[in-house]
Design a protein around this ligand. Structure first.
Ligand SMILES: N[C@@H](CCC(=O)N[C@@H](CSC=O)C(=O)NCC(=O)O)C(=O)O
Length: 281
């Protein structure tokens, strides 16, 4: 598998780099970003936090706006940020911001015209970590986090693939997509109209049935314009209470849906993951 390096910037003693590669899972060329802390070496492979971004994002939003590099460098944690969908002229798309390119919803589509390329679940779970672990000085200790659509991705993937991760976190996740407009629209297009095929992509439904769980931190701003109609964190909370899932859900007065909110609390998420990745006590 060939990786093409397209940018390289020193940051807090480590390196922020972007790469392009041909994805066999998605059938297109993909871009991702990686932050490697100064500690990373073949002798000392470091654990990795995978960050899944939200609607309209690329690999760049988190890396440029969240302000995670200083602490990741201190903790000795790599961060990988993939794109949010397959990309390219021959990849199906939609004019709306919440479907198609930039809106992959971290699932494997089953419906035409999406099924050919939209396989972000397999890309995030299998292809990307295999690529990262083969080419960079990182260990197989992984954590998963994300924002909004990416929070939905982090929670649903972590709930279904618990053996692959040490911890999960999310900012403002789409917590109950089977019941919100973003989720219903995307799931109808990608998975078809039958809601029984949607269940395994709904964090609240998965959490409700979970028999064991990963330590999970969720932060939600109370001035988020998407809170009531799209995000529904209370459904996640009810599900965790039902199954005894180890969820910590925090609500923050005055914060909205933006990266200003993420930047305000990213330190807590990195320290939370560092504990569960074995970097700190
Ligand atoms: N109405 C906006 C919607 C796009 C938006 O708010 N995107 C969020 C994620 S929303 C859920 O997944 C985001 O992270 N944007 C990028 C950023 O850098 O802030 C629109 O039309 O764009």
């Amino acid at each position: 598998m060939t990786l093409e390096n397209i940018s390289c910037n020193k940051s807090f003693g480590g390196w922020h780099k972007q790469y392009r590669h041909d994805s066999s899972t998605l059938g297109c060329t993909m871009r991702f970003a990686i932050f490697l802390p100064p500690q990373a070496s073949e002798q000392q492979p470091v654990p990795v936090l995978y960050w899944l971004s939200g609607l309209t994002c690329t690999d760049e939003n988190f890396m440029q706006k969240a302000g995670a590099q200083r602490l990741a460098a201190e903790l000795g944690m790599a961060i990988v940020a993939p794109d949010t969908s397959p990309r390219g002229e021959d990849v199906a798309d939609d004019a709306a911001y919440d479907l198609g390119q930039g809106a992959g919803f971290y699932l494997n589509a089953t419906q035409a015209p999406w099924a050919r390329h939209y396989r972000m679940y397999d890309y995030v779970v299998q292809e990307l970590p295999a690529l990262i672990e083969a080419h960079f000085p990182v260990s197989q200790r992984r954590a998963l986090a994300g924002h909004s659509m990416g929070g939905h991705g982090a929670l649903t993937i972590g709930l279904r693939e618990a053996a692959r991760y040490c911890s999960l976190s999310a900012f403002s996740p789409i917590s109950h997509p089977v019941a919100c407009p973003w989720g219903k629209k995307a799931f109808t297009a990608y998975l078809g109209e039958a809601p029984q095929h949607w269940r395994e992509h709904d964090a609240s439904l998965l959490m409700r049935e979970a028999s064991q769980g990963l330590p999970t931190l969720v932060d939600q701003g109370l001035d988020d314009s998407f809170l009531t109609e799209q995000l529904m964190p209370e459904q996640l909370e009810l599900a965790a209470q039902h199954s005894g899932y180890p969820l910590t859900l925090r609500r923050h007065a005055g914060y909205d849906h933006s990266y200003y909110f993420i930047a305000s609390f990213i330190e807590d998420h990195l320290r939370f993951h560092a504990r569960h990745l074995g970097l700190t006590g």
